[in-house]
Write a protein that binds this ligand. Structure first.
Ligand code: UGA
Ligand code: MN
Length: 343
């Protein structure tokens, strides 16, 4: 301040005031410009956070992909899969039924690459087969995600034929039960965790797993591209209570949601061993019936995904591959185009 007073009293300041008022104005403007651009403490603060925030974010992204890269590298070099799960936070047990078809390895690859980026994750893959297949066995050994490989075959009378409408039989019933039985006998009852049914053809955001990790009972959240609509979602009050659902298909169900739209606390799975899937259940009621075994009413549901305002999972379905040319080759006695290749 004393410095400013000195300038004010100085002879050249008076000279400027009298003879060059224009130059004086320019000078004052320049001082303001310098102050607000470089010296203003508020602005400095904002610059600091902006500058620091960027590197921290990109560092996390870099480290996360580095971890994923290392997990795959160790696995593909036959070094085994390092179990980096940290039991101080809940482990997500994702149950995936899967069956042999031309797109199976592509679907599993997509899932593997998402799950590699999720910390504290255990993938339970259940093949719809009488025995484990070489394709899935080799695939899981090289994927890098901590996993358990199981199998359970769907009886022929319950298996969907290529020409059947897909509502004819429920899918994944015995496979999900096999995984639940494995969890109930192999996971220590004291373990903090969450169970999620992750079908092999859906698309999962990484945020979903961060969100459902804190599930205390049964959590619910929106699912896109399902039930004949763009978005199926729970209706949530501003206080976070689940008031209802927007489902248009079978809205009479107590819990009208898709398999991808809920997650269950591990202790709840352990304490309700009767909670299973069944072929006896009314068509389309698998999810609702299962949740009904776990809780006694909608008021026990927890709303996730920012009170059900975000879409973190998509019920994508893969088009059935047409192999007409392959069939033609076969009828001519020619070998299949993938002879010697695993696809
Ligand atoms: C919807 C739901 O999203 C599923 O969770 C539910 O199982 C299914 O309806 C049903 O009605 O049962 P949708 O896309 O029609 O899904 O079912 P798929 O994705 O074809 O099958 C669900 C899971 O079961 C998948 O992970 C799939 O790989 C597996 N699956 C399917 C088998 O293990 N065996 C089969 O023969 C068919
Ligand atoms: Mn599906």
């Amino acid at each position: 301040m004393a410095f400013l007073a000195q300038i004010y009293r100085s002879r050249w300041w008076r000279y400027l005031q009298k003879k060059r008022p224009g130059l004086l104005l320019v000078l004052i403007f320049a001082v303001f410009l310098i102050y607000f651009n470089f010296l203003d403490p508020k602005r400095q603060n904002r610059d600091v956070t902006d500058d620091n925030y960027q590197p921290v974010q990109s560092e996390l992204v870099r480290l996360r992909s580095q971890i994923a890269f290392l997990k795959t590298k160790l696995a593909s070099e036959g070094q085994g899969i390092p179990d980096l799960n940290d039991l101080s936070q809940p482990v997500i047990y994702a149950i995936t039924p899967t069956y042999a078809r031309p797109v199976q390895k592509a679907e599993l690859t997509r899932l593997c690459h998402t799950f590699l980026l999720v910390p504290n994750f255990h993938w339970i893959v259940v093949e719809d087969a009488t025995e484990p297949s070489n394709l899935v066995t080799n695939f899981l050994q090289r994927c890098g995600v901590v996993y358990t490989q199981l199998h359970a075959v769907t009886p022929p009378n319950m298996k969907l034929k290529p020409t059947d409408p897909n509502w004819k039989h429920p899918r994944g019933v015995l496979q999900r039960n096999e995984a639940l039985a494995w969890i109930r006998t192999n996971v220590p009852a004291s373990r903090e965790g969450v169970v999620y049914f992750a079908d092999d053809d859906n698309t999962y955001s990484l945020e979903l797993f961060q969100d459902i990790r804190s599930t205390k009972t049964v959590s619910v959240f929106p699912v896109a591209l399902v039930g004949g609509v763009l978005l199926e979602k729970p209706e949530v009050s501003p206080e976070g209570r689940v008031m209802g659902f927007n489902a248009l298909w079978e809205p009479k169900r107590e819990y009208p949601i898709d398999m991808a739209g809920f997650a269950v606390n591990l202790h709840l799975i352990m304490s309700k061993p009767q909670a299973k899937f069944s072929f006896e259940v009314k068509r389309g009621y698998q999810e609702s019936d299962f949740i009904g075994h776990l809780i006694s009413g909608r008021e026990e549901l927890e709303a996730k995904a920012d009170l059900c305002t975000k879409v973190l999972v998509w019920h994508t379905r893969t088009e059935t591959v047409k192999t007409t040319e392959e069939e033609r080759r076969k009828s001519k006695g020619l070998p299949p185009t993938n002879m010697g290749f695993e696809i």
